[in-house]
Design a protein around this ligand. Sequence first.
Ligand code: F6R
Length: 265
Amino acid sequence: MSQSDILCKTLGERVSVRVFPSQMVASIVVARRIAELIRAKQAAGMPAVLGLATGNTPIQVYAELVRMHREEGLSFANVVTFNLDEYYPMPASSALSYVSFMRKHLFDHVDIPQEQIHIPDGTLDEEAILGYCRDYDQKIEDFGGLDFQLLGIGLTGHIGFNEPGSTPDTVTRLVTLADLTRRDAIDTFGGLAHVPEKAITMGMRSILQAREIVLMAWSPKKAEIVKKALEGEISAEVPATFLQLCPQVEFILDRGAASLLSEYV
Ligand code: F6R
């Protein structure tokens, strides 16, 4: 990959946006950035605290990280992870759980110690959720907050499962998924009736406080919501618009996802 492969354009004053010719090239760039962070923290004898996403968007980032582990000796021994979300209820053993997703795409293939992995627990009794969510946020704080947060974006403008109505001060909690979000998952679950109605999501607060945030989006399917997130009025109606207020955010897009941006040529 040469510099000329990268179409690079910074849109607006606040949020950096980079547009790449393909999601493959973009994913490699993001994976390298994560690897650099992990290595820098290793050199300093510190943990690298990563907030991680599931879904289609980050799959190639994880594939590249696994390749770097296998072929370049990138170690995950100092990596601590906090996943954004899990469906509720959801047994970890289900092939559709985000636990299974993370094992399949990353954790089973790298040397991260099991006890350094955190994924919201979809098996809790309802009365245990509140305390569990408080502990989840407390653990993030105990590690000094997230060094890096990887995000996708949902068609509703959700980040994590912070659906419309989520304000920047929201904490980790049980949420009801938006209708559009459930419909988007129909193929995965084999019918709307099988898509869970709820999820446990990390709150906006921990996400927005991360020291680096990368939001990735691929394909024209995401173009409209990416435009709203970057150019729309900042409002809880599109939670991703709060990223406009965060100077540490970078949007990494392919051409399709960037195609409706007014400053993209
Ligand atoms: C997943 C998550 C969600 C997804 C979003 C996009 O952990 O938090 O916000 O990032 O729904 O999903 P995909 O990547 O499948 O389009």
